[in-house]
Write a protein that binds this ligand. Structure first.
Ligand code: HEC
Length: 134
């Protein structure tokens, strides 16, 4: 009987430990198809790239690193690696997919739905394209 009580307690704490973890961060992050098809309305001209670079260095580089290698100064404390934005796995995604991810965020990455205007999110994406494999 005593063993059963101990077993129940152990099982209970194991379940609690499991539910506290964040299993969703281990799954692949995929944007809904309708969002993936969204076209970037902002041309990647000089002024968009300059604005995008400003946004990126202020808001994103702390985690994703200046050149998008996921090695920003804040990355070490996250307990999860920020995506390497310069990698093919990110670069091959559509602008629509990246826009959706930046808009909704995913713990520990903040969402930018209200923190950045849509234009600034597209500017940041235009800038992200310049980080490919640098
Ligand atoms: C607090 C740290 C942090 C900040 C700030 C941050 N990110 Fe992230 N970002 C992450 C982490 C961690 C992930 C990985 C999330 C996952 O896959 O579970 C991620 C994922 C992403 C992805 C998806 C990559 C993929 O694998 O599909 C994109 C795109 C992205 N970030 C862009 C940005 C942009 C643009 C900014 C600035 C506007 C930004 N992030 C700011 C931490 C951050």
């Amino acid at each position: 009987m005593k063993q059963l009580a101990i077993l129940t307690v152990l099982l209970g704490s194991a379940l609690i430990a499991l539910s506290i973890g964040e299993p969703e961060s281990k799954e692949k992050w995929v944007a809904p198809a309708a969002e993936a098809g969204k076209k970037n309305p902002v041309a990647a001209n000089e002024s968009s790239l300059a604005a995008g670079q400003k946004v990126y260095l202020q808001r994103c580089a702390g985690c994703h690193g200046k050149t998008g290698k996921g090695d920003g100064p804040d990355a070490a404390d996250l307990g999860i690696h920020p995506a390497k934005l310069s990698d093919a796995a990110v670069q091959q995604q559509t602008d629509g997919e990246l826009f959706w991810k930046i808009t909704v965020g995913k713990k520990p990455m903040p969402n930018y739905r209200t923190r950045l205007s849509p234009t600034d999110r597209w500017n940041a994406i235009n800038y992200l394209r310049t980080l490919a494999r640098k």
